[in-house]
Design a protein around this ligand. Structure first.
Ligand code: HEC
Length: 303
C-alpha cells in the first residue's frame, strides 16, 4: 500500500499534467461541443485502472497515463442487449463507453488512428477507423449491471475484467478466400493504445509489387486481422505467441509445409501447442498466408 500522501501528490501531478496539456491546445479549441472530461493519473493505483498509450496526439497527454474504472463510468454510457457475442452464450445487458466516445473525450483524431486493445496475456485486438465506423465497438464497463471483474467468463477460468470489448451487433462485412471478417472481442483488456494506422500497416505490408488480388496481398489482409493479434511485428501486434513476424517469415520460407499445417491444426504438429487452429482455412487460404509470410523481411537489422 502506498501512503496517502503519495496518492495526494500523484493527484496533484496528474491535475498539473492535464492543466498543461489543455493550455497547449489553446483557448477556443477546447472541449467544443463535448463537455466530457476524463481525469487521468500518472501511476497505476488499482488493478482495474485502464492504461493509455500511443503516439497519436490528443488534447490530453495520455501516453503512460491511467483512468480508473469509476472515472470511465462517469463518461456518457451506451447500453444494449447483446445476443450474438460468443463471450455471452446467454444474452446479456452491456453498458460502457464506445471507443469513438473515448477518443472524442481525449480529442484523438478518428481518421487513420488504429486502436489496439492490449490484454493481460499479451493478446491484442485491433480497431481501425473503418472497423469502428462499421461495428461501433464498446469498452464494456457493466455486464448485467455488474463490473466485468465480478463476472465469470463462460467456459473459461477467471473473470472478464478488468475490461472487455463487444458490439451491439456484429455483421461480417467481407470474406477473403475462406477467412471471414472476424469480430474483435477481447477480454482481460488492461490497456488501450492509439497508433497511426499507416505506420502499423507499413511494418507488415508485403515487400514487392503485387496486384490487389495476388495471394501475397490476400494473405497480408488475413494476417493483419488474425495473426497480428498474437504475433508481433516489431513494436506492433500481440506478444501472446512470443514468436515474431520475421521468425514466421523464416518458417514460411524454410518449412512451408509445416507452416501451412501449423495454421490449420497446431495440436497435430505439437503436443504443447496453445495456438488455436484455423480448420476452416482451405488450401488457397493457407497458400496465400504462406506466400505472404515468405515476403516478410527476415534479414538482420529487422525488428
Ligand atoms: C490466439 C493467438 C494466436 C493467433 C491468433 C495466431 N497464433 Fe500462431 N502461435 C500462437 C502461439 C501461442 C504460438 C506458440 C506455440 C503454441 O503454443 O502453439 C504460435 C506459434 C505459431 C507457429 C509455430 C512456430 C514454431 O516455432 O514452430 C506458427 C507457424 C504460427 N504460430 C503461425 C501463425 C499464423 C500464420 C497465424 C495467423 C493465420 C497465427 N499463427 C495466429 C498464438 C497465435
Amino acid at each position: 500500500m502506498k501512503p496517502l500522501w503519495v496518492a495526494g501528490l500523484l493527484a496533484v501531478a496528474s491535475a498539473l499534467a492535464i492543466g498543461l496539456s489543455k493550455r497547449e491546445i489553446g483557448p477556443g479549441q477546447e472541449q467544443a461541443g463535448n463537455a466530457q472530461q476524463l481525469p487521468l493519473h500518472a501511476k497505476r493505483m488499482s488493478a482495474t485502472d485502464l492504461e493509455f498509450s500511443g503516439d497519436v496526439p490528443g488534447s490530453q497527454a495520455y501516453d503512460g497515463m491511467y483512468a480508473s474504472y469509476g472515472e470511465l463510468l462517469g463518461l456518457r454510457q451506451a447500453t444494449f442487449t447483446v445476443t450474438d457475442d460468443p463471450n455471452f452464450p446467454v444474452k446479456a445487458e452491456l453498458g460502457g463507453v464506445t471507443l469513438d466516445e473515448l477518443m472524442q473525450t481525449l480529442h484523438i483524431p478518428d481518421k487513420k488512428t488504429l486502436v489496439a486493445a492490449v490484454c493481460d496475456d499479451g493478446y491484442e485486438a485491433h480497431y481501425s477507423a473503418d472497423y469502428r465506423a462499421a461495428h461501433d465497438p464498446l469498452l464494456v464497463l457493466t455486464i448485467n449491471g455488474k463490473a466485468p471483474t465480478l463476472v465469470k467468463r463462460s467456459g473459461e477460468e477467471g473473470a472478464y475484467g478488468p475490461y472487455l470489448i463487444s458490439h451491439p451487433r456484429f455483421i461480417a462485412r467481407y470474406r477473403i478466400l475462406s477467412h471471414t471478417e472476424e469480430t474483435q472481442i477481447p477480454n482481460g483488456v488492461i490497456e488501450l493504445r492509439f497508433l497511426n494506422e499507416d505506420e502499423v500497416l507499413d511494418a507488415i505490408h508485403p515487400r514487392g509489387n503485387f496486384a490487389a488480388d495476388a495471394p501475397q496481398i490476400q494473405g497480408y489482409e488475413i494476417a493483419k486481422e488474425n495473426c497480428l493479434r498474437c504475433h508481433n511485428a516489431g513494436a506492433y501486434g500481440g506478444l501472446k505467441a512470443g514468436i515474431t513476424w520475421s521468425v514466421l517469415g523464416k518458417i514460411a520460407r524454410r518449412r512451408p509445409k509445416y507452416f501451412r499445417a501449423y495454421i490449420k491444426d497446431p495440436q497435430a504438429e505439437s503436443d504443447y501447442a496453445e495456438m488455436p487452429g484455423f480448420p476452416e482455412y482451405d488450401d488457397a487460404t493457407l497458400a496465400a498466408l504462406t506466400e505472404y509470410f515468405q515476403t516478410v523481411n527476415t534479414g538482420s537489422g529487422q525488428k
